[in-house]
Design a protein around this ligand. Sequence first.
Ligand code: UDX
Length: 435
Amino acid sequence: MQVTIIGTGYVGLVSGICFSEFGFEVTCVDLDADKIDALNSGVLPIYEPGLDRLMEQNRQRLTFTTDFDSAVAQADVVFVAVGTPSRRGDGEADLQYVHAAAKQIARSIKPETVIVLKSTVVVGTNAEVQRIIEAERPGVPFSLASNPEFLREGSAIEDFMRPDRVVVGVRDKRAESVLQQIYRPLYLRDAPIVVTTPENAELIKYAANAFLAMKITFINEVADLCEQTGGNVQEVAKAIGLDNRIGGKFLHAGPGFGGSCFPKDTRAFAATGRKYGAAQNLIESVVSVNEARKKAMAQKILAELGDTPRGKTVGILGLAFKPNTDDMREAPSLAVIPVLEAAGVDVKAHDPQAMGEAKSFLPNTQFCDSAEDAITDVDVAVIMTEWNVYRALDMQTVKKLMRGDVVIDLRNIYPVDAVEDAGLTYVSVGRSRTK
Ligand code: UDX
């Protein structure tokens, strides 16, 4: 079966390469010729652990091209994995790229092609795309499905190969059988395939992400209460998570969620609620609370610099929105560092993967080649992203390298006493500070 993927971003590229690993012939299409040239020379435009090796292993089944029409004309299945960014202002998902792709796909599909919306799209988009294709190519038989992704950056291959479930929204049996065939290799791992309507598939994607974002925001607010009452949010999270109705995952308090999905999807879900008169009040709060939290982290750091932050230096460990990715989209570091610099603080920073991406967002920041460099002679050191490389810092060395003695750990990587024993002041999230 010939598979074509429209869009070579995090979702399109991971999906295309994983489908080629299943043994399918896969053509990945992008309008960005530089991206396609890089892929054809074996260079990935994104950092995703293991993806380069998987691409290399399946190179003979992979084609990268900007030739949209021929890639569609030869396909049995066309996946749409183009971006659906937040629209300025109301946060609604911007569907222009999906609509444009649908129109162009319609012009080239052969009869009986199955078109699959993998992009995260608001409820009703599948029906809209159905209308666009029918209008563009009257009479041509095709099937349209929705197949949202649940890939986490940094573990996308694992999430693709061992999903908790595959969601398929279809209107006809042909689309259902083709998608069952495409995902058959996952049967071996009995990954349940949920077959439902396109509308349900669209709602499931947003509801899942909105719920996860809400769960994180919940524990972040509990962390604030713990700080005021001498509580320990890690112990509270562990104990509530032992209730299998709650579950222990996504209960790690931190600086607020970032990334290309949760911020965008919570805003879009809230906008959908407003649009249909079914307000998603909880998610409206998640959006505003999370935005405020990321800003509050800058104040948390400024509070440790005394009355005159101007001229002080802060070392930031971690810039990406989470570990194991180079993605800077809506990263907490981008809500924090400009505020520090506006207050006259000099900022040094390190990140194992994201400094290339970060440079364009942080023109005044000094980028360092190692964690040690980033905390040398700083008044305050901040752990912003929980990369493994920051999990085994020798606190005696940290104390020697720093000018000040305050370590702010926004990811609660260390036990409180491990830092205190080195004579440092340890400020973390949802746990009492040491001095
Ligand atoms: C998310 C969803 O998990 C995934 O299913 C969906 O397809 C895409 O969006 P992703 O954004 O890549 O994946 O990363 P994720 O691991 O979910 O983390 C999102 C944000 O939440 C990050 O900023 C992370 O630091 C934060 N987070 C996550 C917490 O603050 N605490 C947690 O316990 C978990």
